[in-house]
Design a protein around this ligand. Structure first.
Ligand code: RBV
Length: 419
């Protein structure tokens, strides 16, 4: 069936309306056009907010080629509505296989992008691994997610990162908002929509107490759930404990919990020994980038019959003793890949993608002077986006007085007390 292009335009218009930082950037960068003449690859979940991000990059002068960063998260109507715009070409489809996703990525790489804005380093890793001839003219890339930064660091350790990369995920403006509030709200929203079940009073196990885990755990508790955390890092475990959460190993949590949400960025976090311990009806969902945190193969191996769809987006596995375990959207990103999922809320993506855009403009300008490797985004860039965001919210700031500034610069006792 042909994608409903009018619906795609409507989704883009709504997202535009709720992304005021992008509106400001579109105007500013539309005048200075800092990305003029550059073919830019964007790999992300291609829904409406990502669409506004792509439009803004085109307004900044770039020739944009986009593709999807996950098989289940792009929306065909938005893809069609983007493809009709000047300066934008895209290759993304909802519900593709891993092989089809690879083919779409390679189609995007056929445009020979010289800069990449990536999610989980998906397109970047392919560029280095499968299209090394493009590296000669390649400028650099910006990465927006925790998984991608860790992957880029692995590439750097393996001598496979011959250009500068900005760890946009690590800026306060990204991970303290997107990971905590974006993942926190959208994972729970979509889990509840997909299951039509109540969170209040439920025992929820969150695997991992990084920013995403912290966001989900805090918001689940705010909705009345009892929350337990599993961790491998002693200080994170203590943080969770002192934030008032139960902390326990997964084997114990498996027997305790009713809903499980993984956020670790690693694989096989919930596996056979854990499925064996779970109660009938347990719900399993993943909020990490890759669908490897819940070992679905092991779950299928324990099942006495092929899984069947219990509700759209939920597969039911029946174990030998009759217990049923429910896996949400094949363990793919619960906030993006369920049938009704729309990703993070618009206000959060306005901020995240603004960081990507401003960081990209900054890196394009200074890439020649930077060593290959993973670099932090300069703090000033982060501050500027924060100021812009506050401006759109109509929130004012105080400024330091001269004596306050002197106080901060002082170190001698007489200076501190006498200033
Ligand atoms: N994310 N994108 C959306 N476009 O709706 N929602 C979440 C969207 C991004 C988020 O910024 C995170 O870094 C990444 O998805 C994980 O794949």
């Amino acid at each position: 069936m042909a994608a409903d292009i009018e619906q795609g335009r409507q989704k883009l218009a709504w997202a535009r309306e709720h992304m005021p930082v992008h509106a400001a950037l579109r105007e500013r960068l539309g005048r200075s056009r800092p990305l003029a003449g550059i073919t830019l690859g964007v790999c992300s979940h291609v829904e409406a907010k990502t669409g506004v991000f792509v439009e803004t990059l085109a307004a900044a002068g770039a020739e944009v080629v986009f593709t999807g960063s996950e098989p289940g998260s792009s929306q065909d109507d938005v893809v069609a509505a983007l493809n009709e715009q000047d300066g934008i070409t895209g290759y993304a489809r909802r519900g593709v296989s891993e092989e089809e996703l690879e083919a779409l990525h390679l189609q995007a790489l056929d445009h020979a992008p010289r800069f990449i804005l990536d999610d989980a380093a998906e397109l970047t890793a392919r560029l280095v691994h499968q299209r090394p001839a493009l590296l000669d003219d390649f400028i650099g890339m910006c990465e927006q997610t925790t998984t991608g930064v860790q992957r880029l660091q692995a590439m750097a350790r393996a001598d496979a990162l011959p250009f500068p990369a900005y760890a946009v995920n690590n800026t306060p403006m990204k991970h303290e908002f997107d990971n905590i509030h974006g993942t926190g709200e959208s994972s729970l929203t979509n889990l509840l929509l997909t299951t039509n079940l109540l969170l209040a009073g439920k025992k929820v196990v969150v695997a991992g107490f990084g920013d995403c885990g912290l966001g989900i755990a805090g918001k689940a508790r705010a909705l009345g759930a009892r929350v337990a955390i599993t961790e491998i890092e002693p200080r994170q475990a203590l943080r969770a404990h002192m934030a008032g959460f139960e902390v326990m190993p997964m084997l114990e949590a498996a027997a305790w919990g009713e809903i499980f949400i993984t956020t670790t960025g690693n694989r096989d976090v919930i596996r056979a020994e854990h499925f064996e311990a779970m109660a009938d009806g347990a719900l399993l969902a993943n909020a990490g980038h890759f669908n490897v945190e819940i070992d679905a193969e092991a779950l299928a191996g324990l099942s006495v019959e092929p899984p069947h769809e219990a509700r759209p987006g939920i597969m039911e596995y029946r174990l030998a003793d009759g217990r049923r375990l429910h896996l949400v959207c094949e363990g793919r990103l619960v906030n993006l890949a369920t049938p009704t999922a729309m990703g993070h809320p618009a206000e959060v993506m306005d901020q995240t993608f603004a960081m990507q855009i401003v960081a990209a403009c900054h890196l394009v300008e200074r890439a020649a002077g930077l060593e290959p490797g993973v670099h932090p985004v300069p703090d000033q860039v982060d501050r500027e986006v924060a100021e812009l965001k506050l401006e759109t919210l109509g929130i004012g700031l105080d400024t330091l007085t001269e004596s306050q500034q002197r106080f901060l610069d002082a170190w001698r006792d007489d200076q501190i007390k006498g200033a």
